[in-house]
Ligand binder design. Structure first.
Ligand SMILES: [Zn+2]
Length: 217
């Protein structure tokens, strides 16, 4: 999304997570291959050299609460094109729609679809492990069952980042949550479906359909 606007060309984009609750700290991150000193890190960010700044871990922007446009109370969610067709008004109540970030990016965009600036550092999309578990088990991400499995996974396989990015499917499956290895593989390959967030409603991630998930029960 950022690379659609040329005035950000030449800037290194960093990614940092919210710090409002312990579970959410350090989930989005920058991947650096540099000495752990202030001056090295500063130099790496400033230069944005792919040898030392490997990339970033990012959540899917569609998961955010204001990605596309809409009215929560009227149960209306629109892609920017639909919003323009409706003149920015809600077809149910007639009031102006709450405009999301995608619409704004399209307004600012000065680059044709698919075109990128010369220098772009890679980014890797991630889904928090609790959300993947919630999806696999078909229950809320804050539920006891999700937390119990989350802790078991961390105890057996190590930090969340290792599980999300490095561990083999078989090793993940060995902990005993059916379909989890496949779910994480699908995330790594971007093979997931998201219904995007709008007007304060979080986007919803769908890794498996109902039939696939039934296998876990
Ligand atoms: Zn409305």
């Amino acid at each position: 999304m950022n690379r659609k606007v040329s005035f950000l060309d030449g800037l290194t984009l960093v990614s940092n997570s919210d710090a409002h609750s312990p579970l959410k700290i350090g989930r989005e991150a920058n991947i650096l291959n540099t000495k752990l000193s202030y001056s090295s890190i500063k130099k790496t960010i400033k230069k944005g050299d792919p040898e030392s700044f490997i990339g970033t871990y990012e959540f899917y922007p569609e998961e955010g609460k204001y990605y596309i446009d809409g009215h929560r109370k009227c149960n209306i969610s629109f892609w920017p094109e639909q919003t323009r067709k409706h003149d920015g008004k809600c077809p149910v109540c007639g009031k102006p729609l709450t405009i999301g970030v995608l619409y704004r990016v399209e307004e600012l965009s000065d680059r044709p679809e698919g075109e990128k600036p010369e220098k772009v550092l890679p980014f890797f999309n991630i889904i928090p492990l609790t959300e993947i578990l919630s999806n696999v088990l078909g229950i809320g991400s804050g539920s006891k069952k999700v937390m119990r499995n989350y802790i078991t996974l961390i105890e057996k396989l190590g930090p969340e980042f290792k599980i999300l990015h490095d561990k083999e499917k078989e090793e993940i499956n060995s902990v005993g949550v059916p379909l989890l290895g496949e779910a994480i593989l699908r995330m790594r390959q971007n093979k997931i479906v998201i219904s995007p967030g709008y007007d304060g409603v979080f986007g919803k991630i769908k890794i498996f359909n109902h039939q696939e998930r039934k296998k876990t029960t």
